[in-house]
Design a protein around this ligand. Structure first.
Ligand code: ATP
Length: 200
């Protein structure tokens, strides 16, 4: 799995469609303060399903990820990010050599996620990246202040990071999902017994 390119359009300080290709090896992004370097990593986390506007330094409102305009340029109505991933090793459970993850968000609040052009749910993206290290809660993106958060985290919170790294997170997630379904099936059974009791 290898991050090949990132296409940003209308996201934060990127009003024009901008494609950033990433070569193998080390890539460094350099630029003056406030030029938009961190907005690039925000875009990656956002397309992978970050739902907290606070984590995206957006002042608590998701709308703030949309280009807000400058003195010479109007604000935009949507933000869109596409992430191109080399999947020749099939680390992601999609049968194609390239996986394109897309997210689009409109000022109206409507949101779209896609995988290779097909609309999907946020849940699908979350599940797809579990245990790859790259997902929304993965450890591949260490933002400013994240080290301090990890060091200061409670042991159970820190455990989640190790679980993701060791490939256990997927099973914990599935176990929680199964327990949730079991609880709802039990609720249904109780209701069914009540109805049967009334009929008898
Ligand atoms: P530093 O080196 O200081 O950390 P940086 O290069 O990482 O800076 P960013 O924090 O990525 O910079 O970008 C900040 C810039 O992005 C600011 O100029 C801010 O005005 C701009 N910006 C953020 N959100 C939006 C938005 N919604 N619309 C337009 N511009 C935005």
């Amino acid at each position: 799995m290898f991050l090949k390119a990132l296409e940003i359009h209308g996201f934060k300080s990127f009003p024009d469609r901008t494609k950033i290709t990433i070569e193998r090896g080390i890539t460094a992004v350099v630029g003056p303060n406030g030029s938009g370097k961190s907005n690039i990593s925000d875009a990656i986390r956002w397309v992978l399903g970050e739902t907290s506007a606070k984590q995206l330094r957006g002042g608590g409102k998701m709308e703030n990820v949309i280009f807000g305009g400058t003195q010479s340029r109007n604000a935009m109505g949507f933000a869109s990010v596409n992430l191109y991933i080399d999947n020749t090793d099939r680390r992601i459970d999609v049968d194609s050599d390239e996986v394109v993850i897309g997210r689009k968000y409109y000022r109206s609040g409507d949101s779209e996620y896609s995988v290779n052009g097909q609309n999907v749910r946020l849940k699908d993206i979350y599940e797809m990246f579990l245990d790859t290290g790259l997902g929304r809660d993965g450890y591949s993106i260490i933002g400013q202040g994240r080290i301090a958060v990890i060091v200061g985290a409670k042991s159970n919170e820190r455990r989640e990071i190790f679980e993701e790294a060791s490939g256990i997170a997927k099973y914990r997630y599935r176990k929680n999902e199964a327990e949730r379904r079991l609880a709802s099936a039990e609720d249904n059974l109780v209701r069914l017994r009540d109805i049967l009791g009334e009929l008898e």
